[in-house]
Design a protein around this ligand. Structure first.
Ligand SMILES: Nc1ncnc2c1ncn2[C@@H]1O[C@H](COP(=O)(O)OP(=O)(O)OP(=O)(O)O)[C@@H](O)[C@H]1O
Length: 298
């Protein structure tokens, strides 16, 4: 059952900016990673989910409720971490956490205290004087502290966190997932997505490029194979059989990215005398770059 539904939304800011005909959904208990380069439209999509603005066309709903018409109800039941948090600078961290808890009509701050401990956060200082990382931790506490919120919408949750805290965040997501929460999070951190998400939605230039299971994405990764031949004419002939092979004229080494054509590759190599063979599997990051870079539309 899908909990978050985005259906053919378009928000056109002009000059090709915005989001165009974007559709995807997040199922009950699923963690979905929302990936894309800067300016791709992640925040624009997320802000429409939170009801801050209306799409030009299309529909967004959470638990069957229209995001623009039931904004108040949705904002109360969703744990939300904005990309840029609007703090009230005159408050200290703890005052701000209490203020948010009051708005959410929460009964206690038990979970908030656990989270502050988990992220080693001392929230007693003035918000104005806090570092970006500390402010991000306050945002995380506010997003996750309501035990009744079982949907989380997180816009670049680990931006500004150091690697140790990024790790803590991954642990937090995994434990929330175990409790059956439904989570949508945008991110630039491939490792974090790989470790936490069931599926990834990839957006570029305002249009959805792919929605795929992480396991499938991993399977789709190519292998980078480097073969050394006994003599350079062999290498040259071999390289000619693979259009995207990298080969320095006169050399003996040929490097090829191999996917489904692995068998053909091996059989062709078998026609020559091979003296060395190295295989490296693409990282998920390299694989995602295929969606990010120029020419990815092809
Ligand atoms: N209020 C606005 N008016 C005009 N253009 C806007 C507005 N808000 C966003 N944009 C443009 O829409 C595009 C998408 O922006 P958005 O903030 O959604 O990207 P993003 O994927 O969240 O990027 P980032 O990773 O940098 O946060 C960008 O080109 C941005 O400049």
């Amino acid at each position: 059952m899908s909990v978050i539904e985005i259906s053919h939304i378009t928000k056109d800011y002009g000059k090709g900016r915005g989001v165009f005909d974007v559709s995807f959904s997040v199922n009950q208990g699923e963690v979905l990673g929302f990936l894309g380069p800067n300016g791709a439209g992640k925040t624009t999509t997320i802000r429409q989910l939170m009801g801050f603005m209306k799409p030009d066309s299309g529909k967004l709903s959470i638990m069957g409720m229209d995001c623009f018409k039931n904004t108040e109800k949705i904002q109360k039941s969703v744990g939300y971490l904005p990309g840029e948090i609007a703090f009230i600078d005159s408050m200290n961290g703890m005052e701000f956490i209490r203020f948010v808890a009051k708005m959410k009509k929460m009964k206690g701050l038990g979970r908030a205290e656990e989270l502050m401990e988990m992220f080693e956060l001392n929230a007693s200082g003035r918000l104005k004087k806090m570092s970006k990382g500390m402010k991000q931790k306050i945002g995380i506490v506010c997003a996750f502290m309501d035990p009744e919120a079982d949907i989380m919408i997180l816009d670049e949750p680990t931006s500004g966190l150091d690697p140790l805290m990024q790790n803590r965040f991954v642990e937090l997501i995994l434990s929330e997932k175990k409790q059956g929460k439904t989570i949508l999070m945008s991110s630039h951190m491939f490792e974090e997505i790989e470790r936490t998400c069931d599926r990834a939605a990839i957006i570029r230039s305002g249009r959805l490029a792919a929605v795929e299971e992480i396991e499938k994405l991993k399977e789709g990764r190519q292998k980078v194979i480097e073969v050394t031949f006994k003599e350079s004419p062999m290498a040259e002939e071999f390289a000619a059989a693979f259009p995207r092979a990298v080969y320095q004229p006169g050399g003996k080494i040929v490097t090829v990215k191999v996917g489904k054509n692995l068998d053909a590759f091996i059989k062709k190599a078998g026609e020559y005398t091979v003296t060395d063979f190295n295989v490296r599997t693409q990282s998920l990051e390299e694989f995602f770059m295929h969606f990010y870079g120029e020419g990815a539309d092809k």
